[in-house]
Design a protein around this ligand. Structure first.
Ligand SMILES: Cc1ncc(COP(=O)(O)O)c(C=O)c1O
Ligand SMILES: [Zn+2]
Length: 407
């Protein structure tokens, strides 16, 4: 059995049993999993983690599961020292957490692995989700692995590579004529009608916990210490808050020193409600109508925006938005310097990092981790203009004629 003891309201603190439920009945605020940290502390150690599986499940004791887990090989992705990129940006200790290397090519496998394990524990035979793209593929893949029915709902303008990358697992793939926020609202209504495990609605408190494993891995891979600065892409803002929670838990368990990490979140300027609120010094996140190529992080009304803002402020971090052009330049810079092909959300992170260093907020010697959370190969259409080839005849002469190389 695990160490989760209850769901607790983030606002009023009311507790609920560990069941499929997302919101507090009294104040409608989100619920989060609470643990018996005293008992957990006795069961964990750096040595024990080191001997665990080479996956996110080496941190099983820190996750809210009580049964055999559904694992398609997620996590323990590389933390790469990015010297070339660091040199370009003016950072001496820059690392990339390359979460493109998960089974369905994004960090969403982490959250889904936990949520689908809970769906099976709760006895659901059908799972569903509202997705901007990456979650859809991950839910469909995990459902296929455990023979569950899957309904995935996505905006109809989702990138073709992401549609195919989901359809291959044979879920019921529903394209909705509307934005992600419309899809999410629809799924909220469907969740009230159908007895399904909605991965990011009634299973959301469990789903959220999967993101903590990114923080655990980074700390372990850094020799059990927390970074000085992190840059994270934000859509609903949940990932950002859980990286913080993960670091905080490690400190609470005595596995790392007290955390002094500056948490920076990044969004595309065409959908930056959290960054707007940060810049305005406000605690209110006003919804926006998304208009960006970074579709995976295009959530106009971010459910966890308020909490993400709090983390950015409390940690002495910040929030930065970049244009689509800057995001594409960021994708190219990451690929050309470090050999990592990220999707636009990764380009947003790199472009934001560049700005944060240029403005002096992130300093040269600070241990900095940029979280690259999804792979570029699924959304190649946004790069169509960078393809430049010269077609030659299959002869050495033709090659030399065009490229001017000769022996
Ligand atoms: C590639 C990628 N990065 C980051 C995020 C942000 O996730 P969150 O909604 O937890 O902020 C998403 C969300 O879909 C995503 O697809
Ligand atoms: Zn409450």
């Amino acid at each position: 059995m695990g160490y989760a003891i209850a769901l607790r309201c983030r606002k009023c603190g009311r507790e609920y049993p560990l069941e499929p439920r997302n919101l507090c009945d009294f104040c409608l605020s989100p619920l989060e999993v609470n643990y018996d940290y005293k008992s957990m502390a006795k069961a964990v150690s750096r040595e024990k983690f080191a001997g665990g599986p080479q996956s996110m499940w080496r941190y099983r004791e820190l996750l809210p599961v009580d049964s055999e887990v559904v694992d398609i090989g997620t996590g323990f992705t590389p933390l790469v020292k990015a010297d070339n990129l660091g040199q370009k940006l003016g950072l001496e200790r820059l690392y990339i957490k390359n979460d493109c290397l998960n089974p369905t090519y994004s960090f969403k496998d982490r959250v889904v692995s936990v949520a689908i394990t809970k769906a099976r524990e709760f006895g659901f035979d059908t799972v569903a989700c509202a997705s901007t793209g990456n979650l859809a593929a991950s839910v469909a893949a995990h459902a296929a692995k455990v023979n569950m029915n899957a309904y995935v709902f996505v905006p109809s303008n989702m990138e073709p590579g992401k549609l195919a990358g989901t359809a291959i697992y044979n879920p019921v793939l529903v394209t909705v004529d509307g934005s992600y926020d419309d899809v999410n609202r629809l799924c909220g209504k469907l969740a009230a009608r159908y007895n399904w495990g909605f991965i990011n609605i009634n299973l959301r408190p469990y789903y959220a916990e999967g993101s903590k494993t990114l923080a655990y891995e980074v700390a372990e891979q850094s020799g059990w210490c927390a970074p000085d600065c992190v840059v994270v892409p934000a859509a609903s803002g949940l990932l950002f808050t859980r990286i913080w929670k993960g670091l905080d838990e490690l400190a609470m368990l005595g596995l790392i020193e007290p955390v002094n990490t500056h948490m920076y979140l990044s969004q595309a300027a065409g959908c930056s409600p959290i960054v707007n609120a940060f810049a305005a010094g406000s605690i209110h996140v006003h919804p926006v109508e998304p208009d960006t190529i970074a579709k995976s992080i295009a959530i106009g009304n971010p459910a966890d925006g308020y909490y993400a803002l709090r983390v950015a402020r409390q940690s002495g971090g910040g929030a930065s938005a970049v244009t689509d052009e800057e995001a594409v330049a960021g994708m190219r810079l990451l690929a050309e310097t470090e050999g990592i092909f990220a999707e636009a959300a990764g380009g947003v992170v790199i472009a934001a990092l560049k700005k944060l260093v240029a403005s002096g907020l992130i300093k040269k010697s600070e241990l900095t981790v940029a979280f690259i959370t999804g792979a570029g190969s699924k959304t190649q259409e946004i790069l169509s203009d960078i393809v430049q080839t010269s077609t030659i005849k299959p002869t050495p002469e033709s090659f030399e004629e065009v490229f001017g190389v000769s022996v």
